[in-house]
Every structure is written in C-alpha cells, then in structure tokens.
Ligand binder design. Sequence first.
Ligand SMILES: Nc1ncnc2c1ncn2[C@@H]1O[C@H](COP(=O)(O)OP(=O)(O)OP(=O)(O)O)[C@@H](O)[C@H]1O
Length: 353
Amino acid sequence: MPDRDEVLTLLKGIKGPGGEDIVSSGVMRALNVGEDGSVRFVMEVPPKQAAQWQPVQEQAETTLKAAGAPKVMIALTGHTEKAPPPDLKPQRKAEPAGPQKIPGVNHLIAVASGKGGVGKSTVSANLACALAQQGRRVGLLDADVYGPSQPRMLGVSGRPASPDGKTILPLRNHGVTMMSIGLMTNEDQAVVWRGPMLMGALQQMMMQVQWGALDVLIVDLPPGTGDVQMTLAQKAQVDGAVIVSTPQDVALLDARKGIDMFKQLNVPILGMIENMSTHICSKCGHEEHVFGHGGVAAEAAKLGVPLLAEVPLDLQIRLASDGGAPIVVSQPDSPQAQAFHAIAKALVDQGVA
Ligand SMILES: Nc1ncnc2c1ncn2[C@@H]1O[C@H](COP(=O)(O)OP(=O)(O)OP(=O)(O)O)[C@@H](O)[C@H]1O
C-alpha cells in the first residue's frame, strides 16, 4: 500500500500527451491518499484534448493499483476557459473628429460670395442644372439660411417627407436633387438662427438627407464668412469653393475676405466667377459694363486661381430663375446658358464634379 510520497513518485513517472509528467505540469489536482491507501485526484485538462488524456488516466490507475492501492479514483475534468476581462473601453464609437465624407457623395463644392446679392444662388442653380445636363448625378443643398432661394429657382415647393422620422427625402427637379433649409421653415416665418441651431440644421441637411449616390453636391452658402462656412469646412470634406463676385471694388474686397477664410480652413479655391459682368441690351445689342468689367479676372490672376466664367447681366437670366426654370433649362442653347456650361465643364475637367 503506497503512501502519499510513493504515490507522487509513481505519478511523476506518467507523462501526458505533451511529454511532461502529470505532477510537474500541474494537470493533477487535489490529491488525496486515504488511510486505507485509496488514491483520489483530479486531472484537469483542456476540454478539447480529453480524448488524448484518457489513456494517461488509465495508465495512472493501473500503475497505482499495481503498487498496491486498493482503490483509485481519477476524475478527468475539462478546465473552464477563463472569461475574458471586462471591456472597459466606452461602448459607443467615438465620433470622428475631422471632416467627414457625406455617405454616397463623391464630391462637394461650395458656392460662396463675400457680399450678398451678387448672384451666388443664380450661379448655383444654373451650375447644378448644367452639370445634370452633362450627365452628372447632382445634388444642390441650399444652406443660405438668411434667404433660401433654391426652391423658387428650381421650381419646387412643399415640405420634404420623412417617412421613417429619421431621414429626410429631398426634392427633385430639372435632374437635380435638392434640399433647402428654407423648406424646413414656413415661407413667411422669419427665422432667427442662433449658432448651435444653425450648425445642427446644416449637419442634418448634410447627413440625414437621403441624397442617394451623387457625383457632386453643390452647397449654396450664405454670403460672408460666418458659422455656416466654418461648420461646413469642419464637418464635411469639401473639395473646393467657387467664389462668385460682381466686378465692383466693394464686392471684390469682400470676395477676398472669403477667399482668405477658405484658405485658413484648408478648402481649395476652385476658381472665381464674375457675375453681372457686362450688360448686352436686349433691344439694340449694345454692350455696357454696368459694374465695370474685368475686376474679377484681375483678382483671380493676382490670387493665382482660375477665372471660371464671366456671366453677363441679363434680363433673361433673372426672369428664368424667378420662373423656376434656370436659363440653362429654359434656354439651353443661349449664350448665357453656355457660360454656365463652361463652368460645369471646367469643374468636371478639374476632377471635382
Ligand atoms: N447674371 C444675372 N443677370 C441678371 N440678373 C441676375 C444675374 N445674377 C443674378 N441675378 C438676379 O439678382 C438677384 C440676386 O441674385 P441671387 O439671389 O442669385 O444672389 P445671391 O448672391 O444668392 O443673393 P443672397 O445674398 O440673397 O443669397 C436675383 O433677382 C437674380 O435673379
């Protein structure tokens, strides 16, 4: 009848599948040698290797019995896998800090001006329609909170639907998918936008509108250098800005401020557009430079950015926009429409539309 030390010595002679003896490897646990010489212990093995340990268990039993142990009980147990430590990291994904790509939108172009009333919305609407006519999938986001005009210019009205209460369905006309901050408010309601509200609304327009797959999203910005411009550049990946200006010195002065701001925000300037460049009399064809001419071209040359077009001051352009079908749509073959097509082509050629 072996005592405890003899049992241990015997068991040290029995090797597991890995070649190590069952005592040193720590597989054997809770050894109990009774006064009557009966031996009990547990062999704790990896559950997946249970079959390989069975012959080892039998060998241990035979060896101990041969040494005179009247009773041998070896329990083969699978040890439980250790539970992984609790994940102390925050469960919510951190929001990306930098500018984000709008899902499904390949390019984003901002149309900006330093001064109000220079024709930024007219240019945006005609540019969007021209790009659509050139086969691009185009979206137009009217972010002009101080005077949203795209619903009127593109001839759309009504409140956009939100069937799921989370995303907003944009409207569509002339091949352009459009959403305006103006459609979120009542037409006659004067909205006083405060900074955070404005940023929330713009972000909602960009991220919660179902834009679908777009080659380019044109963003018609409010005039000046304010919260909307900042928010746009900080929250969305902007491919570049197009600056609209009339040729007067005051307008150019403000345009320069706008260009400086975009440079600071790391938004490339894709080019400048001189609007209301020259007036051609619809009756006699006489050409007059109402606001001067060539100021924007000179400024663009000075700043080293392309002059994308000189758009004439033309009654038809205003009447077309007021009527809900921009001149590119209502008089596609007119020289005025061709000026906008030239801008669209230049942006496609630059690889941003
Ligand atoms: N080339 C043009 N020829 C004739 N009228 C024009 C031309 N461009 C713009 N307009 C007219 O000038 C007015 C102001 O234009 P628009 O609303 O496009 O300017 P904006 O810069 O977007 O103004 P806001 O600062 O209010 O956003 C509109 O009535 C528009 O139809």
